[in-house]
Design a protein around this ligand. Structure first.
Ligand SMILES: [Zn+2]
Length: 315
């Protein structure tokens, strides 16, 4: 049935986005609304219903929703979304199905983005690839032998919480020393601010001015050849290399696709990342291709629609 189309929903703490997408990934129609946080679950569900009504057509067959938190895939229930208070034990699949008449499936937001990049972005055509998003935290989605791996209860792929250092580095999960704690965009911004304090005359400090330094400041200052920013990025590259070595040893991807805000500095860090990986990889492992994600903010939207397609085709 070549005419079928699918709806992807990207549920975020600041925006809810929906798009209708063809089987080949072409976006037919899209709508965005600022997340109705004050309206709670009922408010956001009403927004989803309106967004779906805005993008659906008689050809629409199913809905996929990316969840930025914990959920039970088998029951289609949201267990907890840290960024959205009140989202505890919500049978979201059933609710959306009842309101729209469309079969609905939930999926982790990082896995959804991996699916989007696999089907129509940086991982297209590969049987084995790893998607790693480095932003506020670090998340991942792994495609092995032509399948996005989900694991028991859909929990596989939490690469950000692999322990990577003994140094005191508090993580968002409550533990110490996770990859996310030392290599995320949050960690990069913290390193940038520390560098600004030590080097108040640097280009990096000038860019940041009176506000706390950000990852974007580091990237810009490094492009302006600021040696302080260059050093911050070399340290970031070393942490990324250490984590990518783990990803490579565990999954042996042909390519690592890096998403999230920190990937905007990938070109500045790539040589250091590759060198760091080469030093630590086991014999027989080569450094895989490492590329920036191609779909940007649309990865979750496109991936959610592909998840809906999978639901509809019974994959
Ligand atoms: Zn952690």
């Amino acid at each position: 049935m070549p005419d079928a189309s699918f709806i992807g929903i990207d549920l975020g703490g600041t925006q809810v986005r929906a798009a209708a997408i063809e089987r080949d990934g072409t976006i037919l129609e899209r709508r965005t609304a600022p997340t109705d946080r004050a309206g709670g679950v009922a408010g956001v569900v009403a927004q989803m219903e309106a967004l779906i009504a805005g993008v659906r057509s008689p050809r629409t067959r199913a809905v996929g929703i990316g969840i930025p938190g914990a959920f039970d895939a088998a029951r289609g229930t949201v267990l907890d979304i840290p960024a959205l208070p009140g989202w505890t034990d919500i049978p979201l699949s059933d609710i959306v199905e009842a309101r729209t008449g469309l079969p609905t499936v939930l999926e982790n937001d990082a896995k959804i983005a991996a699916l989007g990049e696999w089907r129509s972005g940086g991982g297209r055509g590969l049987a084995n690839f790893a998607y790693v998003t480095v932003s506020t935290g670090i998340g991942g989605g792994i495609v092995l032998e032509n399948r996005l791996i989900r694991g028991h209860r859909g929990l596989a792929g939490e690469v950000g919480h692999t322990r990577i250092t003994d140094r005191s580095a508090p993580c968002s999960c409550g533990h110490q020393g996770c990859w996310e704690a030392v290599a995320s965009g949050t960690a990069l911004a913290r390193a940038a601010q520390a560098a600004v304090t030590l080097e108040p005359a640097s280009r990096l400090a000038t860019l940041a001015g009176a506000r706390p330094a950000t990852g974007e400041d580091v990237t810009q200052a490094a492009r302006d050849r600021c040696p302080v920013a260059g050093q911050v990025l070399r340290e970031e590259a070393a942490w990324l290399a250490a984590g990518f070595v783990n990803v490579q040893h565990l999954y042996a991807p042909e390519r690592i696709v890096m998403g999230g805000g920190v990937s905007k500095a990938l070109d500045l860090m790539l040589a250091d990342i590759r060198r760091g990986m080469r030093e630590r990889l086991l014999p027989g492992h080569a450094v895989p291709e490492i590329v920036a994600a191609q779909l940007g903010d649309d990865a979750g939207l496109v991936g959610a629609a592909y998840r809906a397609l999978e639901l509809w085709t019974g994959r």
